[in-house]
Write a protein that binds this ligand. Sequence first.
Ligand code: NDP
Ligand code: 8X3
Length: 260
Amino acid sequence: MTKDTSHSEEKNIKTALITGATSGIGRATAYELAKQGLHLILCGRRQERLDQIQKELSAQTKVHTLNFDVRDKTAVFGAIDSIPEAFKTIDILINNAGNAHGLDPIETGSMEDWDAMMDINVKGLLYVSKAIIPQMSERKSGHIINIGSSAGKEVYPKGNVYCASKHAVLAITEGMRKDLNPYGIKVGAVNPGLVETEFSEVRFKGDKKADDVYKGYKALQPEDLAEVIYFVISRPSHVNIADVLLFCKAQASSTILNKS
Ligand code: NDP
Ligand code: 8X3
């Protein structure tokens, strides 16, 4: 008989692990999934935010937090190994942690920014997935959602390495879906255009350019993404939403934005 570690007491309650849960899309998804009653493992580097979110959501569901940098392999594996028994079975992995660092032409781009984007958006996603996939393949069930971007489908001027990192996320998503198909693991990507989060503050390193990014139109809100992510994970078990592209009404492509 196979061991059912998943939900010995609460059979139907799934556990989702969200990276980048301290802000933006990840945080909004944590609130949405808590509202829907899922158990949560919330990850990020800012401990005070993790503590605050845990405090706010604990009235609704069970929440465990993990503080690690997705760039640090040892920290990733240590954190996943440390998960207490009640949260050990991860049904849903939402690889969301990531950012753009800089918006510069390739000839003047910063190598530190390039390293950050490739290390966080691509390699970090791989490390977290590597730490969690074995339990999914052993159980022959699981669902992985990678947060890509419209930048993973289209390259825009000065987007060079960020776009490359998100193209990589989409290639990895497709590769995961193919390789994990024999194990019954669902894999898909959710790809937003402009979402009003701390993303631009990080991209422009606190420069006031960030203030203008979401002015003159209504960008997607993190809650819009959270609803879509919940829709994706709440389909019947035979349905896998492989790829979603979302824009706000004002945006038609990476380079077409109807600002007032
Ligand atoms: P935010 O800046 O609001 O959130 C980013 C999250 O990633 C934070 O929780 C941050 O947590 C976490 N994170 C960043 N670096 C690391 C790291 N090295 N280790 C662990 N966690 C890290 O941005 P968004 O919510 O907008 O971005 C979430 C995802 O959505 C990203 O993958 C982004 O590329 C993607 N996306 C965003 C779009 C947008 O317009 N906003 C559009 C398309 C895609 P902490 O700092 O606490 O570690
Ligand atoms: C974030 C959207 O257009 O800034 O992935 O690249 S964009």
